[in-house]
Design a binder for this molecule. Structure first.
Ligand code: C2O
Ligand code: CU
Ligand code: CU
Length: 568
């Protein structure tokens, strides 16, 4: 469909790109890019008479105002939910927060959600982490306008886990999320319930975000090109939409369900008394057994299930969850040039826990949490031929597999047979450290090895452009290289291996003990120069499933980091 249009657009793009190399101006080029990646429209999905939901929710997105800082209220965008059918605990509002209500589901439930928009721009909601059909996944193709309604109907196939709902319209995801549109989803199942983990008031969702306010308490968002290249960083930490967040607890064990809802900021979570962080789960649910970490890295889109035990602590004692110092996630050049108010990788507090009640009873941490299959290379259909996800970085462009997003522009390597398990490799196309001159063509070739039809050849050429691979740009890789949280829609995956070039070791040492291995993930932080191999199932559903950088500014850039897998 529209093949010829896409081809001519690609040629146009290639020419424009070449023009840039000899010094064409930025704005027209960017405009061309945004024009090129126009998204067609589809009629919103309607309720099916044959679908009999266990749970039905009316979900509204609308402009709203809320009091965040002392003084003037802040204009935000907000999700508002109303339970039509289902258990009373399905929808729980967070009082005083712009965040959407917490949605609680059970595995096996049939769910209908009627999304209605009161925004003055297109929107569509994506269930980040949920395994749903392509039509129900919130692809930008299905964005709705004001007063339109999109009806989602799906069965909850996920095991117990925490997911996110947030908008996913083309080029506007970041700003809608930034202005408030996001919420947490908690799925439960019998395996989790048997464990008797802390629940009710002892299970606390914690959404970490950074925001910037002007003198009138209004949200300030990315305006500078730099904010799109590096990501936008606020100067204030909000937890569940509140500044200076304090949590009063009893002297017992809690379950913290932590979500990084920032558009770009990466955190290194640690307790201020240096007691280990006990992690019991990741994006895709519980680990086999708890792990104790000195700190844990949490990139945008990632979630953590944390066992926080305050038993044995005296009433009046305090514990601060901090983000500790680390380096290497932003381009060295950029960090030198631009002093942030709250620098990424500096040491700052996130929230304070105060023990205010003594209780005598506390649940014990289970030794064994869950059992599941660990994917082996031999489970995959492509053990010697990993599906490439090549990150390329250059001035004004951050790309995946050498291409910006365009609808219906699927590379041969992006076609995935349904019901297969795939080995995939995420890597920096220019080597990240900038020192791998000889590697470069090899890596690039590896990234583009699938198929050899015409669009592929063009892809190759554009890849070179996107990577600024010319000799004169040799140093650019080093200067631009940064960490990217890569997110894949659909089923969660497991990490098979991570490897990194020696040049990165100093920075890498500040983060490497904070990665959780062995669990199910849907977002993985890929450091400069790092290669991450993952194994991911593509079961049950055909259609377009996005993969992108969850640095939402990178996702939204005209020359940005988003692509589709076509599962067929
Ligand atoms: Cu949370 Cu496609 O994203
Ligand atoms: Cu997602
Ligand atoms: Cu990125």
């Amino acid at each position: 469909m529209n093949k010829s249009i896409n081809l001519s657009r690609r040629r146009f793009f290639a020419k424009t790109g070449a023009g840039l190399l000899v010094g064409a101006g930025l704005p027209s080029w960017l405009q061309a890019m945004e024009g090129m990646s126009e998204m067609p429209k589809r009629a919103p999905n309607k309720a099916s008479p044959n679908f009999h939901p266990d749970v039905e929710i009316d979900l509204l997105t609308k402009p709203s105002t809320i009091s965040i800082l002392p003084g003037q209220p802040t204009q935000v965008l907000q999700y508002v939910a109303k339970l039509i059918k289902g258990p009373a605990n399905t929808v729980t509002e967070i009082p005083g927060s712009y965040l959407g209500p917490i949605l609680r589901f059970e595995k096996g439930q049939k769910i209908r959600i009627n999304l209605r928009s009161e925004l003055n721009e297109p929107t569509i909601t994506h269930w980040h982490g949920l395994h749903v059909p392509a039509l129900m996944d919130g692809h930008p193709l299905y964005a709705i306008d004001k007063v339109q309604v999109f009806v989602y109907e799906f069965e909850m196939l996920n095991r117990a886990s925490m997911s996110i709902y947030h908008p996913h319209p083309h080029n506007m995801t970041a700003s809608q999320v930034y202005h408030g549109l996001a919420g947490a989803i908690l799925v439960t199942d019998p395996e989790e319930q048997r464990l008797g983990l802390p629940n009710g008031e002892y299970e606390i969702p914690l959404v970490i975000q950074d925001r910037r306010f002007d003198d009138n308490n209004q949200l300030v968002y990315a305006s500078h090109m730099r904010d799109r290249m590096m990501g936008f960083y606020g100067d204030r930490i909000l937890i569940n939409g509140r500044p200076d967040f304090n949590l009063d607890v009893a002297s017992r064990a809690y379950r913290f369900r932590i979500l990084n809802g920032s558009t770009a900021r990466i955190y290194k979570l640690a307790w201020d008394d240096n007691s280990p962080i006990t992690v019991i789960g990741t994006e895709g649910g519980l680990l086999e057994s708890p792990v104790h970490k000195p700190y844990v890295m949490l990139a945008p889109g990632e979630r953590l299930d944390v066992w926080a035990d305050f038993s044995g602590r005296n009433v009046g004692s305090q514990l601060v969850l901090r983000s500790r110092s680390f380096s290497g996630v932003l381009p060295k050049m950029a960090t030198r040039m631009h002093q942030m108010a709250l620098p990424v990788g500096s040491d700052y507090p996130l929230l304070t826990v105060k023990v205010t009640r003594q209780v005598s009873d506390s649940p014990a941490l289970p030794n064994s949490l869950s059992t599941y299959h660990h994917y082996q290379i031999s489970d995959t259909v492509n053990p010697n031929n990993p599906v490439p996800i090549a990150i390329s970085e250059g001035p004004m462009s951050m790309l995946l597999n050498g291409r910006p997003y365009a609808y219906n522009d699927v590379l041969p390597s992006e076609r995935i047979p349904v019901n297969t398990i795939q080995l995939m490799e995420i890597f920096h196309a220019h080597g990240g450290s900038g020192g791998h001159g000889d590697d470069k063509s090899k890596e690039q070739g590896e990234g583009m090895q699938h198929g050899n039809d015409k669009p592929q050849a063009e892809g190759h050429k554009m890849g070179g452009m996107g990577m600024m691979g010319g000799e004169g740009m040799a140093g650019m890789g080093t200067m631009m290289s940064m960490a990217h949280p890569i997110h894949l829609h659909g089923q969660s995956f497991q990490i098979l291996s991570r490897s990194i070039g020696a040049a990165e070791s100093e920075d890498y040492a500040t983060v490497k003990d904070g990665f959780i291995e062995g669990g199910f993930k849907d977002t993985v932080l890929v450091m400069p120069g790092e290669r991450v191999k993952i194994i991911k199932p593509f079961q049950d559903f055909k259609g377009l499933f996005m993969y992108h950088c969850h640095n939402l500014e990178h996702e939204d850039m005209g020359m940005g980091m988003m692509r589709d897998f076509s599962v067929e």
